[in-house]
Design a protein around this ligand. Structure first.
Ligand SMILES: [Zn+2]
Length: 160
């Protein structure tokens, strides 16, 4: 199994080794399209996971660089939850998944790939996708399909 998705893993490991924070870098950069940053709110933002568990995997992060969940302010908590709800609504309309996983991986032992900057996962799910997920994510993550999906989701996000 590992062999099958080794390209996915090696690029992911390379990304993790990069200095700095991938969330802060994306947020500070003005190149939203290049960073797949979909939407900015006052206290948080939505970004596509470029190494997704599934098609349409989005992440919602507070603007502030914090790792500890307890340190989220009430304002940030509300802002994150609003964007999670918005992501859910947009993904439902655009991709029509059968189900969702929404949540946090806190700490490496819980499966957090990048633990330094808190982020929520919004993952659309389709019936029967469980067993072939790593393979699906490996084959689906072509730059072009990510770009296409980015445009579609961004457009939907901008609607009221
Ligand atoms: Zn950060």
């Amino acid at each position: 199994m590992d062999r099958i998705w080794s390209p996915w893993r090696s690029s992911y490991v390379q990304l993790k080794k990069k200095k700095g924070c991938i969330f802060c870098q994306a947020f500070k950069s003005k190149q939203d399209k290049k960073n797949y940053l979909i939407h900015r709110d006052k206290k948080s933002f939505v970004i596509m996971n470029i190494f997704p568990y599934n098609n349409g995997h989005l992440m919602v992060a507070p603007r502030r660089h914090i790792a500890e969940f307890s340190n989220l302010t009430d304002e940030e908590s509300l802002s994150c939850l609003r964007l999670i709800k918005k992501s859910y609504n947009v993904l439902k309309r655009v991709l029509k998944p059968h189900a969702f996983n929404i949540g946090l991986n806190l700490g490496k032992d819980a499966g957090a790939g990048f633990a330094r900057h808190l982020h929520f996962h919004v993952v659309p799910r389709w019936r029967g996708d469980t067993n072939c997920m790593p393979v699906i994510s490996n084959t689906k993550v072509m730059p072009q399909s990510l770009d296409e999906l980015y445009q579609k989701l961004k457009k939907e996000f901008e609607k009221k």
